[in-house]
Design a binder for this molecule. Structure first.
Ligand code: GCW
Length: 679
């Protein structure tokens, strides 16, 4: 039994006798009213959970009176003559309902997937010890697309992976033993994920061949595993595949031979996998090939692929992470933050309706703090997905603790004003502001083949929370964290309270000892862990902070800067441009200011930098003190896993504190008011 392996599906024995007594009668028999692989998996999960929590071996006895009945609205109605449809038929295809009568519990889905989500909801409720009366519910996902991207390479490495190697690929092969893939599918379906791409968006030479005969038979097996859990399989593709695979002379999206090549390719894939999701495409980005090479635009590129998969119901998920990564610091007018909007906004309306643009949550790249990308919601007639990063590339790499749900909630609650007040990102990506045919949320996964899946066991909370949040964005960060803690560690009060406290403090703490006031990027170039204040300042990636002896920050105003702020609706433009209203945690993202500039706290920027860096370090010491409080209640391997990582975090925070403080003291020549040690 690997430690931490079961994530939040621990199904630990429930000790409360009264609770057991009240629920047990319903748990002895399970019956499904129809056959389907998804429902079989739901039954298997129910049996596993009930056995773990109640030590009851369920019967699959069809004649019995008491028990759980699971199935879809249509069939249940026919079989049982029950009007179960009335409450669900308005809801999404994936919605579910749980109804109880005296002796039976009905878990009903608008589809088999819905029923599976219902089964998971039911098991979660039992782990959380909800009473029988609290079990009744109707639940419908807010977002239709609830996706994960793996950045897994064929050799088994994972780009920006902090949890070991790939569970999909090893030594340039698809893994033979797929048991971890099945468990991963279980975890994902338990929080409502319904789509996945399994290979890195950077599609290198060998991965290019995933869509060929050489590998499709194995890909098909993976698709079947995920299908059984309601998850659609996508692959990332190399835009230059026709050249790489079949030596075509070009990959020009308007070339007839190229179009035909992709049509044939789509046919071949769909013959193997009839419900294949489609392609994820990173084109003209960080040296990957794309339509620009042929003087075509991104609508030309995406539409060519979209036509190829359209007859099969396929989609093209086209990434907007397109920017010039070879910039010159002397050129103050080029601003990487502007890039996605500048490239894509003019193409609104040009994309076919099975293309969906995938846009990172911020305009740069998953920093600890960024404003919301102005492109999201700015295209009325083009399907959009927002992209989050569950992997902690810039937020501590699963060594440092950083619970990200509060960050995502902040993004979702941002008002774009695209259709007046209330046009929040949450509503935009749910498809409620513009009439998108497809929309929703996607994120880079944080798992690998470490026995606890996520390197740091506490990082499991981010994967869990991602799924829960995008199903129901009205859940609070606290609710999600509490659910996760109880399912993972049990319900002991001190454990609940302590870990909750740690999770909720972790993002602000990480922000304090790293990049101040929204400036970002003071990280080591390349691997992105630890401080290197000028690392990116002297690289061409276009992520400057422009610190000199007088001040710091990037002027992105319309009036005197790069004009980035004008990519927002006027309400937000004004808000960011005006020093009085610009949120201070983004101050240096939008403005270049002197070190002596006074913040609302009354502190100068330089004093704020010193103070937050001393505080950040101190708060990591507190995280360690908190974790030590739960030692007696947490299984040893897990306790040590987190304790080890917290000590790495402390060393990291110290390094950040001292390097940042020294750097800015030297630049500015202004002393710390409190006279603390600055090296
Ligand atoms: O965040 C950056 C990463 C790259 C990544 C790229 C992207 C997959 O540093 O490793 O490449 O973004 O999102 O495409």
């Amino acid at each position: 039994d690997l430690k931490g392996y079961h994530m939040w599906l621990q199904y630990q024995p429930i000790k409360d006798k009264q609770y057991k007594k009240a629920i047990a009668p319903f748990l002895k028999n399970i019956r499904s009213v129809e056959n389907s692989p998804v429902l079989s998996n739901a039954m298997e999960e129910l049996a596993m959970g009930i056995k773990g929590m109640f030590n009851i071996e369920v019967n699959y006895n069809l004649s019995t009176e008491e028990g759980i009945v699971i199935g879809t609205t249509d069939i249940l109605e026919k079989e049982l003559g029950r009007d179960v449809k009335s409450s669900l038929h308005e809801e999404s295809k994936e919605a579910f309902e749980i109804i109880k009568d005296e002796k039976k519990l009905f878990i009903i889905g608008n589809s088999v997937q819905g029923a599976l989500y219902g089964a998971h909801h039911f098991l979660r409720s039992l782990q959380l010890k909800k009473t029988i009366d609290q079990l009744e519910i109707i639940s419908s996902p807010k977002n239709d697309f609830r996706m994960l991207n793996q950045w897994d390479n064929f050799d088994g490495t994972v780009e920006r992976g902090y949890s070991g190697n790939s569970i999909f690929f090893k030594n340039d092969q698809i893994v033979q033993n797929k048991s971890r893939i099945k468990d991963y599918a279980r975890f994902l379906s338990s929080v409502g994920i319904n789509a996945i791409s399994i290979n890195n968006v950077n599609v290198w030479e060998k991965e290019t061949f995933l869509i060929t005969k050489k590998h499709l038979a194995e890909v098909k097996k993976i698709a079947a595993i995920f299908r059984g859990y309601g998850i659609k399989l996508y692959l990332s593709i190399n835009f230059a595949s026709p050249m790489a695979i079949d030596q075509l002379a070009s990959a020009d999206p308007l070339d007839e031979n190229v179009k035909k090549w992709w049509k044939d390719k789509a046919k071949e894939i769909y013959q193997e996998i009839p419900d294949f999701g489609g392609f994820v495409v990173k084109a003209d980005s960080e040296h990957r090939p794309g339509p620009f090479f042929y003087n075509r635009n991104h609508a030309d590129g995406a539409n060519m692929l979209a036509e190829a998969v359209a007859d099969f119901g396929g989609k093209i998920i086209w990434r907007c992470f397109v920017y010039n990564c070879l910039q010159d610091w002397r050129d103050r007018s080029t601003d990487r933050a502007r890039a996605a909007y500048d490239h894509f906004k003019p193409l609104d309306g040009d994309f076919l309706d099975n293309v969906i643009l995938q846009i990172k949550n911020g305009p740069m790249d998953f920093q600890v703090r960024e404003p919301v990308s102005p492109l999201i919601g700015a295209m009325q007639s083009t399907n959009q997905l927002i992209e989050f990063q569950v992997a902690q590339e810039y937020t501590g790499q699963q060594k440092d603790l950083c619970y990200l749900i509060p960050q995502w909630k902040e993004v979702l609650s941002f008002d774009t004003y695209h259709k007046g007040e209330g046009s929040t990102i949450e509503e935009v990506v749910a498809g409620n502001i513009h009439p998108y045919k497809y929309s929703g949320i996607v994120a880079v996964s944080n798992i690998g083949d470490d026995e606890n899946w996520t390197g740091n066991t506490l990082a499991q909370a981010n994967l869990y929370g991602y799924g829960r949040l995008i199903w129901n964005p009205s859940l609070t960060s606290e609710q999600i964290a509490e659910e996760w803690i109880i399912q993972t560690f049990g319900e002991e009060k001190i454990v609940r309270e302590t870990i909750l406290d740690m999770l909720l403090k972790s993002w602000p703490t990480y922000e304090k000892y790293t990049a101040p006031l929204g400036v970002g990027w003071m990280i080591n170039p390349g691997h992105h862990y630890g401080p290197n204040i000028d690392g990116y300042e002297y690289a061409a990636w276009g992520t400057y902070h422009f610190a000199d002896r007088d001040g710091i920050g990037v002027d992105r105003t319309e009036k005197t800067g790069t004009g980035y702020a004008a990519q927002y609706q006027i309400e937000n433009q004004r808000f960011f441009e005006d020093l009085d209203t610009c949120p201070e945690n983004l101050l240096l993202f939008f403005h270049h200011l002197p070190y002596k500039y006074t913040l609302k706290s009354g502190k100068s920027i330089i004093q704020h930098i010193y103070d937050t860096h001393f505080e950040g370090y101190r708060e990591v010491e507190e995280l360690i003190e908190l974790w030590n409080k739960v030692e007696a209640y947490v299984e040893e391997t897990t306790f040590n896993n987190v304790a080890d990582r917290l000590s790495m975090q402390l060393a990291n925070a110290k390094e950040w504190r001292d390097q940042i403080n020294t750097y800015f003291y030297r630049k500015s020549g202004i002393k710390d008011e409190k006279g603390r040690t600055i090296y």
